[in-house]
Structures are given as C-alpha cells and as structure tokens.
Design a protein around this ligand. Structure first.
Ligand SMILES: Nc1ncnc2c1ncn2[C@@H]1O[C@H](COP(=O)(O)OP(=O)(O)OP(=O)(O)O)[C@@H](O)[C@H]1O
Ligand SMILES: [Mg+2]
Length: 297
C-alpha cells in the first residue's frame, strides 16, 4: 500500500488530519507487528512524503542591512540542498525567515506547490512539518535528555510534558532516537550538563523523534557539524542520509565543503543576501565568482 495523498488538493487542515492518521497507524502497526504477522508483510506499507518548499523574491531586511535579497530557490523532497556562503551572507537569516523565527520583509513561500504564504508563523511551521536545528543549539536546559525528546513527541509544551505519564509509544520513540545518536546512556542527565557535541546530537535526536511522529517533512540544519569530533560527525551524516532515504526535504547550511560535496544533491551559494550560484556541488564550487566570494578576493 503506497500513500500519495499529499499530491491531492485537500484543504491543509484536512490534509494534516489524514497525514497524522496514517503516521499514527503506521507507527502503531510497527509496535504491534510482532503480535500480528511476520515482519515482511507490514514492511510493504510505505509512507511517501511529498513536501517541497519554494521561495519567490524573498527579502529580509534589518533596517539598512539587506540580509536576504530577492531570493528565489526551491528545496525538493528526498534531496539535500546545501547552502553555503561567507559569514554574514544571510544563510541563518534565510532559515529564520522560513521557520517563523523572524518576519519576512517581502516575497512569498510556496509549500508543496500549492500553499502560498507571505509570512510563516510558529503554528504554521508545525502544520507544515517544518523543523530545524539552531546554529547556537537550543534545548530545555534544566530538563533531562529524555525529557527533551518527550517534550517534542507529546508536543504539549514543557510543563505538561514533565508531569505527563508517557505512553510506551512515546518512550519507545525516545529510546530509539537516543540510541541512534549514541545518547541513550545520558538519558537522565540534564541538558545543561552535556558537552557541546552531545548538545548538538541531542538536537539531532529531537529531529529524528519529530520525523517518527510525522512532524518533520522539511528540515533545516544550521551548521550541524560545527565543532563536532569525527565520530559525532559520522552519526550526523548517517542521520541525514537516513532522513533523505525517507523522503525528507532537507536544507543543510555548512562551511565544510567536503561534507557539502558528500551530502548535497544541489548547492546554493549566497553572497550579501543574494543568490550567487546554484547547481551540483562540484560544478558550483569550481566557479570563479564563488571562489572569490569565499576567499574575499
Ligand atoms: N537580528 C538581527 N538584527 C540585525 N541584523 C541582523 C540580525 N540577524 C542577522 N543580521 C545581519 O544579517 C546579515 C546576515 O546574517 P546571518 O546570520 O544570516 O549570516 P550567516 O550567513 O548565517 O553567517 P554565518 O556563516 O557567520 O553564520 C549579517 O549582516 C548580520 O549582521
Ligand atoms: Mg549563520
């Protein structure tokens, strides 16, 4: 059974209800699978995610600073778009504008080819399954590693999540994603006690948990590898590859060109808020104006 309902023109709320129903059904079947039938039969249920994101003449100005200028770009499902550019070229501002952290000055965003919006807000990002990591990691500092995951799977805010008796379903997801990034042994530590690298891995685990509950279709990574040891980098690489194989639309801001080459299907280059170049990584990185923008020649 293949579910392709995202391509059908339902109103967004209806589409979200159907979307969430099938995600819950799929996850329940995964949990009760051993009681039902041999694994191979239920593995034939595949969920295909079809959410693209497009910007049209997007502008974000901070008084005199044109952080993003007339940017028209497209991010596709099942693909990683690398976003590169010198410091201050507008990469984080672009993510902030597309995730509702900062208001857009002008221009449009088109989701899944049909939802045209001029301003992204927090509830809209949840509805559209848009999520992100931050350049400066953001966690619930006084909560444990485990609770930092349960907060997003229950999605009812930090206070209720703390006092809630979590279902086996949510705990199983938390255990799975924390093991995936090698953080399960730290589950009872408060986030504030973690090392820099562990904090970044916890943020990545949070993305994985959101993907499990069907709330991470479009994912923005703002320098997820910065400051990580090689072993931790490998974990993040494998997570991005896994999410890609599951059809997520991913945007990767990164300064390490080897990682950009390894992970990106296409690359966009920003310079002073504008689109300087786009295309395959090797082709783009060989262009003279791109090299000059990076070296500041
Ligand atoms: N909240 C803000 N208020 C005023 N100016 C801002 C704000 N946020 C960003 N800027 C400015 O917008 C421009 C783009 O900044 P941004 O952080 O998006 O760059 P970046 O490409 O992410 O850089 P880096 O590679 O260093 O992370 C810079 O000139 C920056 O000073
Ligand atoms: Mg930045």
């Amino acid at each position: 059974m293949v579910l392709l309902y995202n391509d059908i023109l339902f109103p967004r709320k209806v589409n979200n209800i159907i979307h969430n129903f099938f995600i819950k059904l799929h996850n329940c079947l995964k949990l009760i699978r051993p009681l039902l039938v041999p694994p191979a039969r239920l593995d034939t249920i595949i969920y295909i995610n079809m959410t693209s994101l497009k910007t049209h003449n997007l502008n974000k100005h901070f008084e005199g600073v044109k952080a993003v200028q007339n940017l028209s770009v497209q991010f596709e499902p099942g693909k990683v778009t690398g976003v590169i550019g010198p410091n201050g070229s507008g990469k984080s501002t672009l993510i902030n504008a597309l995730t509702g952290v900062t208001p857009i000055t002008s221009g449009n965003i088109v989701i899944a080819g049909k939802e045209k919006i001029s301003q992204m807000n927090a509830s809209e990002t949840i509805d559209f399954g848009i999520t992100r990591t931050f350049q400066e990691v953001r966690l619930f500092e006084q909560m444990t590693v485990l609770d930092n995951i349960l907060v997003v799977t229950t999605a009812r805010g930090p206070l209720r999540a703390l006092f809630e008796k979590h279902s086996k379903y949510h705990l199983a997801i938390a255990e799975q994603v924390l093991k995936q990034v090698g953080m399960w042994q730290f589950k009872d530590k408060d986030a504030v006690q973690l090392s820099y690298g562990q904090r970044k891995l916890l943020e990545i685990a949070r993305i994985l948990a959101m993907k499990e509950i069907g709330k991470a279709d479009i994912i923005f990574f703002d320098e997820p590898f910065a400051g990580l040891f090689p072993e931790m980098r490998k974990v993040v690489v494998s997570v991005i590859q896994k999410l890609k194989s599951e059809g997520a639309t991913m945007v990767l801001v990164e300064h390490n060109m080897d990682l950009i080459r390894e992970l990106s299907d296409t690359v966009i280059v920003m310079d002073s808020g504008e689109l300087l170049a786009e295309g395959k990584a090797d082709h783009v990185l060989a262009q003279r104006d791109v090299i000059e923008a990076y070296l500041g020649e």
